[in-house]
Structure formats: structure tokens, C-alpha cells
Design a protein around this ligand. Sequence first.
Ligand SMILES: *Cc1c(COP(=O)(O)O)cnc(C)c1O
Length: 383
Amino acid sequence: MLDSNHPAGHRPTWAHIDLEALASNFHVIKSRINEGVKVIAVVKANAYGHSAVECARRLAHEGADWFGVALPEEGIGLRRSGITQPILCLAGFWEGQAAACIQKRLVPIIYRLDLIEALDTAARDAGIITDVHVKIDTGMGRLGVRFDEVAEFADALKRFENIRVDGLMTHFAAADDPTCETLTEDQIERFESVGRLFRAHGFAPRYLHSANSAGIFSHPEALGNMVRPGGVLYGLWRDILPPSTENNKLRPVMSVHSRIMMLKWVPQGETIGYGCTFEASRKSLVATVPIGYDDGYLRGLSNRSHVIVRGRYAPVVGRISMDLTILDVTSVEGVELGDTVTLLGRNGDLEIPAEELARIAGTLSYEVTCGIGERVPRVYSSK
Ligand SMILES: *Cc1c(COP(=O)(O)O)cnc(C)c1O
């Protein structure tokens, strides 16, 4: 049952973050990998909207070995909140951030020699040798040194005396998609040969890693000695794991709730909301709730999604606006002002998964949870 409420002094719209579910998902992942394989818990983008600080604290307590962020500024935020584990910056760093990376003990990925120069200089100035993970592009075509240009890169790396190659990594483009299996297999093979090449050049990286959530579930044979789960930690899986994935005990971590702020009857034939996109086909009881697309309740859900009120689904009618959404609650027995409305997640026996909202809006579950706005307070529960 939902037992959370919004923090005092706020509009009654809140995201409930179930830290027990987060911990449980972490252990589901641990149970799928060999002992000794390190877990980089990916908490970039404010932990996909779930709050990086709160999630990292709990995951650290559960035994996460490393944390993964996109940007150094995100890593600095974790350091400020007392996270002491190693932090990998998955999107690298920019020239003005080299000194901060060193000072905050962030491990950036590297992919370009001119940036390594800046990091090497900053490390020398600080009198230390700094760790990096080299990002290899084995077939994604995005960030990283191309797998067929690695030899030159490894050669050039040797002259940076204050840089140590602690890890090599690559990223799968489509590990969840059986129709792209050839690409994934090519990526695995190319990455293995890159590892051999680096060793032949005299490097001794401690870590080799490639698996995101989809990789962990689809290619357990190719995990290296480190994995980088993101979405599955937050219980997002139906649209990012292979279609063959069965019930796997992952539990959604985020749910979003609000309360009815206005209830009124409208006569048959009247239109509701901006642009007259909905017309009442009968005398209807409509409810207004204080959440809109600025809060991440996507405008693309207008007239297409539903919510949970008093153990029933109630449809969204008319356009979702920036701050407000309208529901048809005609068939919700006993509905009252102030009733809790669940827009995402479970309430009682009913559930609206992020994957379902994503499908309706034509996007990915990640974009749904990342998009839950800053003005929606997060409320945490743990035992
Ligand atoms: C975001 C990210 C991950 C995590 O991906 P999921 O699909 O959420 O598991 C792993 N590796 C890299 C490089 C990433 O950027």
C-alpha cells in the first residue's frame, strides 16, 4: 500500500522513492554476476530522476563498489554528500574540469589525446598519478577511440607520465535486441582484442567492462570483471532488456502521486481543456490535479493515459497542461476532493509502469523517470 504523503509546505504532488526496492534490485543484479565482478552503480542524471545522493547512499550501504555519473559536476555532488567510493565519469570531462577531477578523485573516461594532456598536466601539478578508463568505440559510433585506431592511441598514451590506465571499457549499442546479435558479438570480440593490444603495449588495466543493464541480462559470458547497471537498479526493464526476459524480481523504485484539487460536473457535449480535444459524451464528473508537463507528466499522454484513484483507473481527458491535468472520475465510486491520484507506479492492486507511459508517449521508460521535474519533491521510504 502507498503510505507516503507530500512534504509539508508543498503542493500535494510528490515522487515516492522506495529505497527497499532499490536495495532489492541491487541484490538481484549481484545474484546474476560472479563473485569478484565489481558493480558500478550508475547514478547519472540524478539517478534517472530518483535522486543520486539518496540512491548512492543506500547502494553504498548495500555494497556498490563504484558509482557511475555522466559529468564531473555530478561526481562532485556525490563527493559533497559524503560518497567515498570511486566514481567513474562516463561522459568524460572538459578541459576546465581536469583539476577538479583530480581534487575530487574522480576517474574520467578518456577518448581524446588533447584532453589527456590537460589531465596529465593537472595531475603533475598536484604531484599524483591519476587513474583513467579508456573508452573504446567497438560499434556504437558514439564516444570512444575506434577499435581499429587503438594502436596509435595506445602508443601516444605512453608519453603521459601522470596518467595510469586503470580500465578499458566499451558500450553496447543493442545488447537487448536479438536482431542485432551480430553487432553485439562483434563488439565483444573487438573489445577482447583491444584488451590484448593494450597489454601488448605494456599497459595493465585492472578493469575491463562493457555491460549495461541489457548486457548483464543478455550476455553473462561477456561481463569482464566489472558491470555498469543503470535502469535495472531502478526497476526499469520491460523496454530495455531482451524481449525474452521473464519475471525477474525487479521492482519499480519510483511512483508519482498527487491529490484532487477540484471536482465538478460538466454537461454532455462540453469540451475539456486547451484546444477542445475532448468532448464529454455524457454528463461527467471531472477532477483537476496539480501536476503537468513541467513536472514530467508528458503532454503526449493527453487523452491517452490513465491514473489510479480509489482502486480504479480513471482516464486523463483533454490536453495535459504545464501545471494541471484533468481526469474523468465519473465512474470512481465515492470520489472526493483531496483523494490520492497515482499517475505512475503501484497503488493497491493496480499499477501503471513507467514502461507503459513511455510506450503511450512514444519514448523510453528512462525518459519518463528522468523527466519527473525538479519541483516534484522526492519522498523516501526505507525500513
Ligand atoms: C548510462 C550508461 C550505463 C547504464 O545503462 P543502463 O542501460 O541504464 O543499464 C552504462 N554504461 C554507460 C557508458 C552509460 O552511459
